[in-house]
Design a protein around this ligand. Sequence first.
Ligand code: IPM
Ligand code: MG
Length: 354
Amino acid sequence: MKLAVLPGDGIGPEIVAQAVKVLNVLKSDGMKIEMEQAAIGGAGYEAAGDPLPEATFKLAQEADAVLLGAVGDWKYDSLPRDVRPERGLLRIRKGLGLFANLRPALLYPELASASTLKPEVVSGLDLMIVRELTGDIYFGQPRGIATLDNGEREGVNTMRYNESEIRRIGRIAFDIAMKRNKKVCSVDKANVLETTELWRQVMIELAKDYPEVELSHMYVDNAAMQLVRAPKQFDVMVTGNIFGDILSDEASMLTGSIGMLPSASLDEHNKGMYEPSHGSAPDIAGKDVANPLATILSVAMMFKYTFNDEAASNRIDKAVKTVIAQGHRTADIWTEGCNKVSCSQMGDAVVAAM
Ligand code: IPM
Ligand code: MG
């Protein structure tokens, strides 16, 4: 297994270091894992003047899977858009064809009180957001900021999806639902946006291939509301890039902390990039206080989706459940009576539990 390890910016290096400890446990137990590190995001810009240096992209292309920390830092906000850290992330997603972004939101029973919602609303929550990742208004042309004839500036972005892009992400969602509770909720804004009217049509066509799956549709504004009103009504949600970006942040908070949520971004052949759902948190970078569990759980997803190794995946998941049950908590999920640990102590606890 060849892994490209891209720590990135902010807390990226600290959390990735904990995930590497976990990989090293598997390695010392005989698994053949090769890891190579490279710079991305602001770190790529510092190293090579490019948020996705060519050498990094090549390494990622040649690897079987990519482990990513996070990108971005306020100090790069004044750079031209093309060399900002986020561009590196968007380019690697697009360049590797990682169109399927899986973002689970799973509540650990012990963390129910860390959620801002009432425990009875969130306890037992287990939903999967399937977000399309390489299309939509994120990539649609035309785009830009131009000056009109009257001297006024105008910003333009374009929401676009073609049928095949919608169908392939739809298939992923239906296939995942078949292994879960067989419910797919497709989120769109078909009452206003033609792009998503087509989205809805294609989902309805696709549903014919999955007679066992119950397909429902929801407008994105209602979906945002339902997620905080009654999130347990959902099993799999499938949606486009921009709606998925927003709804997945919302869903993550139902579980108490975005610091617990992993993600997978897959291509057509299940090659994947695995990263925590959260960002680079520059305000706490270098302080050894970040929660590494989302990154560690991303490694579990890697074994499940790319390497088809449920045993290794479950072993990591179980170790995380154990450390939570033991009462270890980083600051973001800490509540009175628990054992407050640093980022590296949390990594060590997971290693011990394994
Ligand atoms: C995410 C992030 C990215 C996105 C940013 C950093 C470009 O918010 O992965 O959700 O918008 O996709
Ligand atoms: Mg986001």
